[in-house]
Design a protein around this ligand. Structure first.
Ligand code: NAP
Ligand code: ZN
Ligand code: ZN
Length: 347
């Protein structure tokens, strides 16, 4: 075991504080990663505050991790010391179930092991990326293309794959009208990726305050959802709607914006149930779906796609002592568009 520096939540109601955590010894198939940057995902906040259920504290979160391989186990073949690598939302799965064999480890029928707040094989609770080092089995470690700016690569490991996966699955591309609800961490990546895929992208944001940014990221249209006219004007318009909102929204209002056979995919994960009227679905044979992160193979595909298309998240690098303030800014939709922690400042 080695002791490494980290930031952790002592409880659901207290600010995160500097601490140390234990990392396991490097096994034959493990790599030890020296973490350089860790993104702040809204899921980190939902989790540490207990919104998705009770947690064991202290808890270190963070599942948008980039760094360099510092040590590789004797049987490691995919990564070498010095490689630029990434870790996303999961660090293991059973590898044997039908979904794992199909490369959809995020939907492992025996439950994937989350990068934090998951139960590891030894029964311990996994601790995430707000730390200086992490030990991960090599199959769950991604190669990060050198052309993606180092610090900006981190958010791709969650915000990037979580939006890429449904956009690819529901065939966003030329001739498709795609709406993105919420221009935060996930939303701004959805806009960049969908527009690189060739879709006609519309942003549906609470106000028009980020309109210039949204258009710079590739959106052709931008509407304020606070204006009731938006919902009248856009009725039965979109082939695909990606909802990234972290809070409860009026699903029927958004579903009514789908055209014939259109699908709305929820990636936002509010704690509260989201009610809807089935009649909204009967009209235009609409579908309502969900999507969770993405498999390892698809995550690598997304990283390569972003490198090829010159796509990177818009980030604000923060030092560790600014994490709690960053959380408050995320909660007030004042993020432009992802906070990334420089782990050299962890203490
Ligand atoms: P974020 O940066 O906070 O973005 C969420 C955006 O939603 C905000 O920027 C805001 O956009 C909009 N919004 C916030 N509160 C709202 C409200 N009350 N009504 C309407 N719009 C509101 O969060 P994120 O990191 O992108 O994560 C978004 C959600 O996805 C979270 O719930 C997170 O847990 C979840 N998530 C799910 C997965 C998955 O696998 N499915 C993976 C990662 C994250 P505007 O200012 O433009 O309105
Ligand atoms: Zn996340
Ligand atoms: Zn499995």
């Amino acid at each position: 075991m080695r002791t490494v520096k980290a930031y952790a939540a002592p409880s659901a109601t207290e600010p995160l504080v500097p601490t140390t955590i234990q990392r396991r010894d490097v096994g034959p198939k493990d790599v030890l990663i020296k973490i350089a940057y860790a993104g702040i995902c809204h899921s980190d906040i939902h989790t540490v505050r207990g919104e998705w259920g009770p947690q064991q504290y202290p808890l270190t979160v963070g599942h948008e991790i980039v760094g360099v391989v510092e040590e590789a186990g004797s049987d490691v073949t995919r990564h070498r010391v010095g490689d630029r690598v990434g870790v996303g939302c999961m660090v293991n799965s059973c590898r044997e179930c039908a979904n794992c064999r199909a490369g959809e480890e995020q939907y492992c029928l025996n439950g994937n092991v989350g990068t934090y707040a998951g139960v590891d094989r030894d029964g311990s609770i996994t601790q995430g990326g707000y730390s200086t080092h992490i030990v991960v089995v090599e199959d769950f470690v991604l190669s990060v293309p050198e052309s993606i700016p180092y610090e900006a690569a981190a958010p791709l490991l969650c915000a990037g794959i979580t939006t890429y996966s449904p956009l690819a699955h529901w065939n966003a591309g030329p001739g498709k009208k795609v709406a993105v609800v919420g221009l935060g961490g996930l939303g701004h990546m959805a806009v960049k990726i969908a527009s690189a895929m060739g879709a006609e992208v519309t942003v549906l944001s609470q106000s028009l305050s980020k309109q210039d940014d949204g258009k710079r990221f590739g959106a052709e249209h931008y509407y304020a959802t606070s204006d009731p006219d938006t919902f009248k004007q856009l009725e039965s318009t979109f082939d695909l709607i990606i909802n990234t909102v972290s809070a409860k929204i009026d699903l029927d209002a958004y579903l009514s914006l789908l055209r014939l056979d259109g699908t709305m995919v929820n990636v936002g994960a509010p704690a509260d149930a989201l009610p809807l009227h089935v009649f909204t679905l009967f009209n235009q044979r609409r579908s309502f779906a969900g999507s969770g992160i993405g498999g390892i193979r698809e995550t690598q595909e997304m990283l390569d796609f972003c490198a090829q298309h010159g796509i990177a998240p818009e980030i604000e690098v923060v030092s560790a002592d600014a994490i709690n303030e960053a959380y408050e800014r995320v909660l007030s939709s004042d993020v432009r568009y992802r906070f990334v922690i420089d782990t050299a400042t962890l203490g």
